[in-house]
Design a protein around this ligand. Structure first.
Ligand code: ADP
Length: 547
């Protein structure tokens, strides 16, 4: 920049210098010519007076070094010339100044020499005898004059050149220095010259605009990172060479990697399935892959990113679909179980009914067969009721919670089951204190009923069932303890599964559906409680629920 300014100033100064120089030379040349012309006229007047008085004698004696004197008669014949022999000179009547003097008494003209290097000024005057006296002086033309002045001109020019150079250098530095020391972060704080004010104001405006845009970009980037950092789904962004551009914590955990940014995805996950998924995404635009890892099921979706018709990368989303897979598996198992459980009593009912219909049952056996049909039908009803209840619980549309005295509710339930307990020769009692909790009464009934029913069902003759309600620092506690057959260790975790029964062969006798404890588990979960099972074969079971 300094160089450019220097050149501009230097060239401008040089141009001005040259113009001034030419102008001054022209003016001076013009001025000196005027002075010379005036002198020539004075000379002519003096010479004409002298010639009038002394004739040719004066001319021959006179010192005519300063100018040339020519004297011609009225016909133009040269009588005298201070520089040439008059006899060899041609007639001068047609010379412009002489012709003019012969007609008007005075004449003057300027002529260039043949080489145009000299210019001659002629002044003529008619004397009283009709003759004409002419004086002339030659001087160099402007180019010749300049040529003659070449040395001083060159010196002046050189000096001017040096001066222009120094000045241009100083000026350019003076202009550029404030520009170089500008603080562009705070444009309005600069103490530069006034001409820079509009530029600085403009820069300040631009700076503010850029800062606002930068802030917006940063905010958006932060927002993006906050979202992907907190996403449960894994997210990986790959560039067109499959190098990782961005990976969120969920994806980092999935790939069990660290500092993966910049690495090739295949380095992080060396598997053929992954390679195939990426290839399919690159070719078809999208692809998916299911992966089982650490007891979880994942679904990976890879999508090609395109910009301007070219592939610019791949985005991979990783979803944990464990719950979905288990729910689907449970649904399938449940459907299969329901069909099986419904089919068994129905086949039994149909078999008995067919025998009766075809008269194949002895008269004395008819009541037994009818009793069998009734008990199977009632089992079916219980089963269907339990299935309906479970599906209602799955939908989660339960009545509003209310304050319920768990102790009073347990007493009611135990009283209702006393008859059944007696029939099985099992004693049942309730202990504890009034404990009020906030819960859904219907669900609490079902919990207490199912637990007590099981405790009676899976008991031994002469056994006992003890229901206890208490209030502890952890919350209200309901426990149902029996002295029954107990549950082997390996079954304890599974008894809450739908249709799970420890002893399938005796389920017909006990009349269980395998859904009672599933309903209990669901109900307890609905009210935010927890279940604990303590049991040992032949020594009884104690199921504790904390609300
Ligand atoms: P069911 O209708 O068969 O009783 P549940 O879901 O209520 O179904 O119980 C599942 C299984 O858990 C029962 O079939 C039984 O084998 C076992 N079980 C439940 N409660 C007890 C208990 N108090 N003592 C022993 N076994 C029990």
């Amino acid at each position: 920049m300094t160089k450019k300014i220097f050149h501009s100033i230097f060239i401008a100064a040089l141009a001005v210098l040259l113009a001034c120089f030419t102008l001054i030379i022209g003016v001076l040349f013009h001025y000196f010519r005027g002075v010379q012309k005036d002198q020539l006229k004075i000379e002519l007047n003096l010479a004409s007076v002298a010639v009038e008085m002394g004739g040719i004698d004066y001319l021959e004696k006179a010192d005519n070094d300063a100018c040339r004197i020519t004297w011609v008669d009225a016909n133009g014949v040269v009588l005298y010339d201070s520089q040439s022999n008059p006899e060899t000179m041609e007639n001068h009547a047609q010379r412009e100044e002489i012709a003019e003097a012969l007609t008007t008494g005075k004449g003057e003209s300027t002529r260039y020499s043949t080489t145009a290097t000299e210019e001659t000024l002629y002044c003529a005057k008619q004397l009283s005898d009709g003759t004409v006296l002419r004086v002339s002086v030659s001087y160099a033309s402007i180019p010749l004059l300049l040529l003659g002045m070449l040395q001083p001109v060159l010196i002046i020019f050189l000096l001017a050149l040096i001066l222009s150079g120094i000045l241009a250098n100083r000026l350019s530095k003076k202009i550029v220095h404030p520009l170089n020391s500008l603080d562009l972060d705070e444009p309005l704080e600069n103490n530069a010259y006034d001409e820079l004010s509009p530029l600085l104001t403009h820069i300040d405006k631009q700076q503010k605009k850029i800062a606002a845009q930068k802030k917006e970009l940063n905010d958006r980037q932060n927002e993006f990172y906050t979202v992907i950092e907190n996403m449960n789904e894994g997210l990986v962004l790959l560039n067109e060479k499959r190098a990782i551009l961005s990976i969120n914590p969920a994806a980092t955990a999935f790939f069990n990697t660290q500092n993966a940014v910049g690495k090739d995805l295949i380095e992080v996950e060396r598997s053929q399935e992954m390679e195939k998924m990426l290839q399919a995404a690159e070719q078809n635009g999208s692809s998916a892959l299911k992966v089982s890892r650490n007891g979880h099921e994942y679904q990976l979706h890879a999508n090609r990113i395109q910009s301007n018709g070219k592939q610019s990368g791949i985005v991979i989303l990783i979803f944990d679909i464990t719950e979905k897979v288990f729910a689907e598996r449970n649904r399938q198992e449940f459907t299969a179980n329901v069909s099986h459980e419904l089919k068994t009593p129905l086949h039994s009912i149909m078999g008995s009914a067919e025998l009766l219909e075809n008269g194949l049952v002895k008269v004395e056996d008819v009541p037994r067969f009818i009793g069998h049909i009734r008990s199977e039908a009632s089992r079916l009803v219980t089963l269907i009721e339990d299935i309906i209840r479970l599906s209602q619980l799955d939908e989660g549309a339960e009545p509003e919670p209310e304050e319920v005295d768990l102790f009073a509710l347990s007493v009611d339930e135990v009283n209702a089951l006393k008859q059944t307990a007696q029939e099985k020769n099992v004693s049942i009692c309730v202990e504890g204190e009034h404990t009020v909790i906030t819960g859904v009464r219907q669900l609490l009934h079902e919990i207490v009923y199912n637990l007590c029913d099981n405790a009676i069902k899976y008991n031994v003759p002469g056994g006992s069932v003890k229901v206890q309600v208490s209030s502890t620092k952890d919350g209200a506690v309901l426990s149902v303890a029996d002295s029954g057959i107990g549950i082997p260790r390996e079954h304890q975790d599974r008894i809450f599964e739908r249709f799970y029964r420890v002893d399938k062969s005796h389920s017909k006798e006990t009349g269980g559906t395998g859904l009672g404890l599933s309903i209990v588990k669901h109900a307890v979960q609905y009210m935010g409680g927890s279940i604990h099972v303590e049991s040992a074969p032949d020594s009884g079971t104690n199921i504790t629920i904390t609300f």
